[in-house]
Design a protein around this ligand. Structure first.
Ligand SMILES: [Zn+2]
Length: 289
């Protein structure tokens, strides 16, 4: 059970920060309830230009605690910095996906074993943080439903798909990625995690076209063409697609530009979107692109 120990920020808007972390992903969300939420973190910078997510969190003075940390899937570019975050702040709830991934090789990677170990130490934890594994349709009215979060994926079927995929299959842990819809005052933000094409098929099949409609769409898997599912994405009809991608890394530029206006972190830096109670939203770009 999630408990409310957060601080009420304002009560009149939701602020979403797509932090320019380079190659990985980090989205920080401030809800009117005070339930400050991280969706992934990556501080394993490849460039000086990238933003240090914990420094950023601190500088924005929203660092009372981390009410929930949602790890979309167990890849290191989504959890680097977890050790430091956990040392500096109280993480109250930790959303995980059911997986048995093991990692032992740290040489020649930009990642730190301490982040993986911190993640492993959360498994089964009853408190500080409470370890949670939600599936599609999960329903905690008090807390995340109250914050307008809907778990579109993973489903039980996609968990099984992940389990059955061989080690080394690049989509193994993308099948079970969280895909979340955040809704506030009629506005919608779709966070695609690193969800696989199959996961998107499964989402459309279960939820239908209308449930996919969103104003803002965080493209799955850093905009990779391998995770573009045109048949499903055509129903999203976003005003903006946000791509969390590093300088020097390509993404499905032609496709995403054909469906919407694209904002990448590599060109615009940290991107903030404020969802207002009047049903309008404002975006703020750190750089001019
Ligand atoms: Zn990733």
């Amino acid at each position: 059970m999630e408990i409310n120990e957060g601080k009420v920020v304002d009560g009149k808007h939701v602020m979403i920060h797509f932090v320019d972390v380079g190659k990985g992903n980090c989205v920080i969300i401030q809800f009117p309830s005070g339930h400050t939420t991280f969706v992934d973190i990556d501080n394993s910078h490849t460039s000086e230009e990238n933003t240090e997510p914990i420094e950023y969190f601190k500088s924005k003075k929203m660092d009372y605690n981390v009410f929930r940390f949602i790890l979309t899937h167990p890849d290191m570019d989504h959890m680097s910095g977890l050790h430091e975050l956990n040392q500096k702040y109280d993480i109250i709830n930790f959303w995980d996906t059911e997986n048995e991934k093991k990692l032992t090789e740290w040489d020649n990677t930009p990642y730190k074993e301490e982040d993986w170990d911190t993640y492993q130490s959360f498994k089964g934890s009853e408190s500080d943080p409470k370890h949670l594994e939600y599936l599609r349709g999960a329903d905690q009215k008090c807390c995340f439903v109250g914050d307008g979060i809907t778990v579109l994926s993973p489903s039980y079927k996609m968990l099984k798909e992940s389990k059955d995929a061989p080690d080394g299959d690049s989509e193994k842990y993308h099948h079970l990625s969280y895909v979340l819809m955040i809704e506030y005052s009629g506005l919608r933000v779709l966070l695609g995690g690193d969800a696989s094409k199959k996961a998107w098929d499964d989402i459309l099949e279960e939820w239908g076209e209308d449930a996919l409609k969103a104003n803002i769409f965080l493209a799955p898997h850093h905009g990779s063409k391998n995770n573009v599912n045109e048949e499903v994405f055509k129903h999203i009809k976003p005003d903006y697609v946000i791509v969390s991608v590093d300088e020097g890394t390509t993404y499905a530029y032609n496709y995403y530009n054909s469906i919407s206006t694209v904002l990448t972190t590599k060109h615009y830096g940290t991107i903030k979107v404020r969802l207002q109670s009047n049903g309008k939203y404002t975006k703020y770009l750190e750089k001019n692109g």
